[in-house]
Design a protein around this ligand. Sequence first.
Ligand SMILES: C[S@@+](CC[C@H](N)C(=O)[O-])C[C@H]1O[C@@H](n2cnc3c(N)ncnc32)[C@H](O)[C@@H]1O
Length: 275
Amino acid sequence: MLKNSLESILTSEESDELISAFDQIGNIIIVRIPESLLSKKKIIGETLLNQVKIVKSVFYQSSPVEGDFRTRNLEILAGEDNTETEYKEFNCKFIVDVANAFFSPRLSTERERIAKLTQEGETMVNMFAGIGMFSIMAARKKKCTVYSIDLNPVASKLCEKNMALNKLAGKIISINGDASKIIQDQLTDKSDRTLMLLPERSDEFLDSAINTTKSGGIIHYYSHMHADKKSEAAKLSEEHYLKTTSVKSEILGSKIVRAVGPRYYQTVVDVKITK
Ligand SMILES: C[S@@+](CC[C@H](N)C(=O)[O-])C[C@H]1O[C@@H](n2cnc3c(N)ncnc32)[C@H](O)[C@@H]1O
C-alpha cells in the first residue's frame, strides 16, 4: 500500500530503497533520503503522512547518529514539529524524544534477550542507558535493581519519566553523568550484570565495566566489527575482547546484533569475568 502510493512519485527501485530506510516510532516517521531524491523530500513526507494512519509527523534524518549523546539532526517534512512520542515495546511504555536522546527501535530483539537473561535478585549496571529502554524491560520482567547511567541530561530525565510510567520507581536508579566517574565514585563491585551499549567506545570503558562488575558477574560487551564475511563477525569480536580485557574471562556466547554498514556489524560478546 505504502509502496503503491510512493510509486506515484518515485520509481519502484527508489520506493524500495526508501521503505528500507525509514523507522516508525509511535506517531513519528523518520526517513533517510538518498542524495538523488532530496529534491522530492517534501512530497515524500506528505505522502507518508497521508498514507500511514496514526502518524502525526514525518522527519528527514539529515545527519548520522553522532556526538557524545549519539543524537541526530532531524528536519520536519510534514505534520507537527514535535519530536516527543509514546512508544510501546513488549508491554512497556516509553516517552521518546527522537531528536534529543538516543533511541532505536532496531534494538528491540536485543532488549528482550537481555531481559530474559537477567536473573531474579540481580543488580545490573547499565552504563550507557539512554532513556532507560534496557533497564525498564529487564526490571519489568525480573525482580532486579538497575543503576541506569547516562551522560545526556535529557536522556536521564526521560528515563525517570519512563520509570514512573512503568511503575518501576525504586527498582531503577537513574544517574546523570559520566559512567566511568560514577562507577569509580559509587559503584565498584556492585554489578551482577553490566551493559556497555556504546559500541564505538567499548574498549575505552572496559576497565570501568570490569570495576563495577563483581567477580563471577557478566559483562555484555558491544562493539562495531568489520568483517568480510558476516559469519566471521561474532568470532572476531570475541577475539578482540580477549585481546583487550585485563581479567580472566569465560566467553558465554557472541552474536551479531544488527548490521550497521557495508561489512560492518554491531556485535555483542557475553562474558563471565573472574577478578
Ligand atoms: C548508543 S546509546 C545507547 C542507549 C541505550 N542503551 C539504548 O539502547 O536505548 C549510547 C548512550 O551513551 C550515552 N553516553 C555517552 N558517553 C557516556 C558516558 N561517558 N557515560 C555515560 N553515558 C554516556 C549517550 O548519551 C547515549 O545515550
